[in-house]
Design a protein around this ligand. Structure first.
Ligand SMILES: [Zn+2]
Ligand SMILES: [Zn+2]
Length: 132
């Protein structure tokens, strides 16, 4: 059973995340969604986001002191981590997931891993020059 309105909302949120070059917070997703669907409620966005997380279509990140951000998952078997500059708030991708080997060894012990988060806080190269 698919309901046309729900599908439209979901497609819109998904395309917003796809077009973004960095993870977006709920507020950012909301302000972009509202341009297209003015009457959309924030709870509707949360519901769609939850559904997409369950379907492994998007990823969740904790950045900026545990503010939650979401991004489109290009490759279901792979994912990216991000670091956000505390000064200019610019988001940088980490080259690779450094936790794979660790996860493998934990899984070898019979643990079922569902998700992981990696949070590194800091200041980017451009802003760091102000600290010297
Ligand atoms: Zn910076
Ligand atoms: Zn990872």
């Amino acid at each position: 059973m698919s309901n046309g309105r729900n599908t439209k909302q979901k497609q819109l949120i998904l395309s917003i995340l796809k077009e973004a070059d960095r993870p977006l917070s709920i507020n950012e997703i909301y302000s972009k969604t509202v341009c297209e669907i003015p009457k959309i409620a924030k709870s509707t966005i949360y519901r769609n986001i939850d559904a997409m997380l369950n379907q492994n279509m998007i990823e969740k990140y904790y950045l900026n002191d545990n503010e939650i951000f979401y991004s489109f998952k290009k490759d279901k078997n792979n994912h990216t981590h991000f670091i956000i500059c505390e000064d200019c708030k610019k988001v940088y991708n980490l080259p690779d997931c450094p936790l794979k080997e660790l996860e493998n060894s934990i899984e070898a012990e019979g643990f079922i891993i569902k998700d992981h988060q990696l949070q590194i806080t800091g200041i980017c190269k451009n802003c760091a020059s102000n600290y010297k």
